[in-house]
Design a protein around this ligand. Structure first.
Ligand code: 0WD
Length: 256
């Protein structure tokens, strides 16, 4: 049977057809998962319902969730519990930083901008894990999306790189917390992919060019490749893996 047949998976962060979470959606759907979606904005909800229709994918449930609010997260997972019951996976594909802080010098980061990036991009995984845990009574898998800027200084990524470092460390601490309940927590570190969020990072096109030139595979990755890697983490194939960051970046991270 299929890898995720009959499994209930929550996908957070489909904003458009270009979203990494949309690539993930297609992989999970093909693997037989029942999908539950969360959106922040009405605009994303409209786009998502159109995309689902076009691709003949039926959502089990769509709920609104703004990860800036504990109440919104609690309400979303309460509704999922009530209408779906047990869940087996969560895909966390959400991040935010002020656009004017994704260029220039990191030293110019404002206090508010720093805290905002940490809140939406890193703390949200903590809050979501806490909310999802009681619904994962049959064990589960939580997968977040990170980037190389967590490990190295990548020009313009600045405050988001520091937020991703926090996200990766949180992922490891959370993996320890929930491992005893049979829940795994992992991260996919994707290479640059042109999405709505990526447009906000200064010098994005140059980044794509450098990968084509220097990465072992000499090409950029796409949303579908991230989708399949995320599927691996969600599936039983990864039953022995937790607290891991897996790079889906054409091997770029090994190059000095
Ligand atoms: O090159 C890239 N695109 C990479 C992205 C490389 C490596 C990692 N990533 C990460 C991003 O940092 C993020 O964590 O992948 C994740 C998804 O990013 P994406 O697919 O590039 O971005 P996008 O299509 O813009 O989706 C981001 C979602 C949007 O959904 P909504 O429904 O809100 O429009 O994150 C959402 C964002 O708005 N988001 C929020 N969702 C809930 N609550 C919030 C929030 N407060 N803020 C932003």
């Amino acid at each position: 049977s299929k890898l995720l047949q009959g499994k209930n998976v929550v996908v957070m962060g489909v904003a458009s057809e270009r979203s990494i979470a949309w690539g993930i959606t297609k992989s999970l759907h093909n693997a037989g998962a029942n999908l539950i979606f969360t959106n922040r904005q009405e605009r994303s909800y409209q786009k998502l319902t159109k995309l689902l229709e076009k691709n003949e994918i039926e959502a089990k449930l769509i709920v609104s969730c703004d990860v800036a609010s504990d109440e919104s997260i609690t309400n979303a997972f309460d509704e999922i519990k009530e209408k779906v019951g047990v869940i087996h996976g969560v895909v966390h594909s959400v991040a935010f930083a002020n656009r004017d802080e994704l260029k220039g010098e990191y030293a110019d980061t404002s206090r508010d901008g720093f805290l905002l990036a940490q809140e939406i991009s890193a703390f949200s995984l903590v809050a979501v894990t806490k909310a999802a845990k009681p619904l994962m009574t049959e064990g589960g898998s939580i997968v977040t999306q990170t980037y190389l800027g967590a490990e190295r200084v990548i020009q313009n990524y600045n405050v988001m790189g520091v937020a991703k470092a926090s996200l990766e460390a949180s992922m490891r601490y959370l993996a320890e917390d929930v491992g005893k309940y049979g829940i795994r927590v992992n991260a996919v570190s994707a290479g640059p992919i042109r999405t709505l969020s990526a447009k906000g990072v200064g010098g994005f096109n140059e980044k794509l060019g450098i990968i084509e030139e220097k990465a072992p595979l000499r090409r950029n990755v796409d949303q579908d490749q991230v989708g399949d890697a995320t599927l691996f983490f969600l599936s039983d194939l990864a039953r022995g893996v937790t607290g891991e960051v897996m790079h889906v970046d054409s091997g770029y991270h090994i190059i000095g």
